[in-house]
Design a protein around this ligand. Sequence first.
Ligand SMILES: [Zn+2]
Length: 265
Amino acid sequence: MSTRSTKGLVLQTWDYEDTSKIVTLFTENWGLVKLLAPGVNRLTSKNRYSLVTFTLGEYIFFPTRTKNKLSRLKTGHFLADHLAITENYNNYLYAVALSQIIQDAQSCWEPNPQLFWDLNKAFNNFNDDSKPLNTFVRFLFYHLPTFGGPNLLNRCGRCYKLLQQYSFFSLNELKWVCQKCQESFEKSQNRDWLSFIERLHNHDFWSSEECYFSTTHLLILGSALLDYYELVLGITNQPLKLIKNKPMFRKLAPEIYTDSVLTSD
Ligand SMILES: [Zn+2]
């Protein structure tokens, strides 16, 4: 039987029988792959270090011929372990939340190399404790279209006309809204906030890492993204709920806090 080879990230593992594991990998070449890894819990197994959660590795496996069955691991070599993610509870939550989103929203055998390398970059940042909140929010923002959200950079999200000027970004719809479509209760937003969203739109997940973003703006956008993923995209999981319930997000009651940050000059 022919094998397949790919880089992959370990999203989740379960012990199976005495010595084996069932592993969900998100791979560069084949998207989500579910594997049986026989014998990897033995101390002598050469593959065991490549199957620790969040590890980036190089994997060779025998693909399943039937959709509902597991593929079978031949060999795994670890490239980066990302072990330090588990040393910080917040970083661990961010990493598990993104892993779960991908497991819920992506189908098996559907490759998305961009998503794969972005996830690896996010794991690197969580592992190094480098801008973890910033990384988490940017990942959710840039991958809105991946999971079914809007992708309108320079058009009004309601009438789809090209925008002449940026004056309002709807936090409920995560879209720009032109002045004609702006409702009377939607107060115009200040320059700081608008330029924050514009800068995000002018970059991608990698290049935006070099930008300065204020924590307040990231929290406001993050809170809107968490709502949008749950209420509009129907993507939710326990880690996302725990993140949403953190005091830093909960205090952003829109009517008293968010509005005043976005509309005052
Ligand atoms: Zn419009």
